[in-house]
Design a protein around this ligand. Structure first.
Ligand SMILES: [Zn+2]
Ligand SMILES: [Zn+2]
Length: 368
């Protein structure tokens, strides 16, 4: 019997872990398992999916609560675990009795297996893009392996040409009773889907799984302004559902590479600009980089180290809506090293001309 996955265990966190701890564990693990090309290693890929799945559940308050509530004693077959479903959960919960029928049915092994309708699993992909690609938007080609319905048996898992016999789940009635009176109710027999008869042989092409793995190329549109950690949902591009359930989603987590000198915070970009002492003291025109190429910045006379300037609309395009963030400049005064004798004389003269103590009346405050 398939046992329920322990998502806490998969992420290596304790049960009461905070959102931050979960996030941290996930980031740490996905750094190890990140792949930006078709994964060569099956084990790494399935481990990565497991981690993504665990994070998907534990990082979502509602899903986590539901997961915690469901308890570890309930059977959770690997197929059809609907962590992505938002609708119809209550109905599924009421049909929990089916899981027993399901397990017993497989255990007997004398008939082809059946599946109750379940939405397909999400397919998770971590996509690393360059800093500029995130800002301007791009289209990326990714390669995924999806479970698609077996074409030989149309996803039913049985050989349609094989002989049939009376369904022994429902004795040919096509309906089964779930629960005990007075709360018992009849339901469509999940094994024969109401037909009363079942095929005796599994589909040879998919060994009864009803699905097969298919490599696919998917083009993912990355909108301008996307930030690190953003998830893009491609509806219906995940794993095929079971028993006629809808296909799951493809969930692409975007990882944005860092820029060598721009620091991004939301839609603003931060840049430290070094200034020579005389540039800060006398004022200057300095050339600095922006996303749109270099521009000339006017440094006012008497600029202090740490002074900031804000260039409007020079930041990252807003992901939602028009406009852009700003570019924030932090001016950093750089002291010349290894001054020669003449330069030292000049500074000495400067000292004599400006005898005031800069620490007098400064208040000793710290400006991070
Ligand atoms: Zn098949
Ligand atoms: Zn039946």
């Amino acid at each position: 019997m398939a046992s329920r996955k322990d998502y806490y265990d998969i992420l290596g966190v304790r049960r009461g872990a905070t959102d931050e701890e979960i996030e941290k564990a996930y980031l740490k693990l996905t750094r190890t398992y990140q792949f930006d090309r078709p994964p060569a290693n099956k084990t790494a890929e399935s481990r990565f999916r497991e981690i993504s799945e665990a994070y998907e559940i534990l990082s979502n308050k509602e899903k986590r609560q539901r997961y915690d509530r469901s308890g570890s004693e309930l059977p959770f077959p690997d197929i059809g675990w609907e962590y992505d479903a938002e609708e119809g959960e209550e109905e599924d919960f009421n049909l929990e009795g089916f899981e027993d029928v399901f397990e017993r049915g497989i255990g007997r092994g004398e008939q082809a297996p059946f599946r109750k309708p379940h939405k397909g699993k999400g397919l998770f992909y971590s996509l690393e893009i360059e800093f500029e690609e995130a800002i301007r938007g791009t289209v990326k080609e990714i390669r995924v392996e999806r479970e698609v319905p077996c074409p030989e048996c149309s996803g039913r898992g049985v050989d349609p040409a094989s002989p049939q016999k009376v369904c022994d789940e429902c004795g040919g009635a096509g309906q089964v009773q779930i629960g005990l009176p007075p709360s018992a109710f009849s339901h469509l027999c999940p094994r024969c889907q109401g037909a009363g008869k079942v095929h005796l042989q599994l589909c040879g092409s998919c060994s009864g799984k009803g699905q097969r793995t298919q490599k696919e190329v998917v083009f993912v549109q990355i909108p301008p302004g996307v930030d690190d950690g953003c998830r893009i949902y491609l509806s219906g591009m995940g794993q095929t559902g079971n028993g006629g359930g809808p296909t799951g989603d493809l969930v692409v987590t975007v990882r944005v590479q860092e820029h060598p000198y721009f620091l991004r915070r939301g839609d603003d970009l931060y840049l430290a600009v070094p200034l020579a002492v005389w540039e800060a003291a006398l004022g200057a025109q300095v050339e600095i980089p922006t996303l749109d190429g270099s521009i000339t910045l006017t440094i006012p006379q008497g600029t202090q180290s740490g002074d900031r300037m804000r260039l409007g609309e020079k930041g990252v395009p807003h992901f939602h809506g028009d406009g852009r963030g700003d570019q924030v400049i932090s001016l950093e005064i750089v002291m010349p090293q290894g001054l020669n004798e003449r330069s030292q004389e000049i500074l000495g003269e400067l000292k004599r001309l400006n005898p005031e103590n800069p620490r007098k009346g400064c208040g000793w405050s710290f400006h991070p």
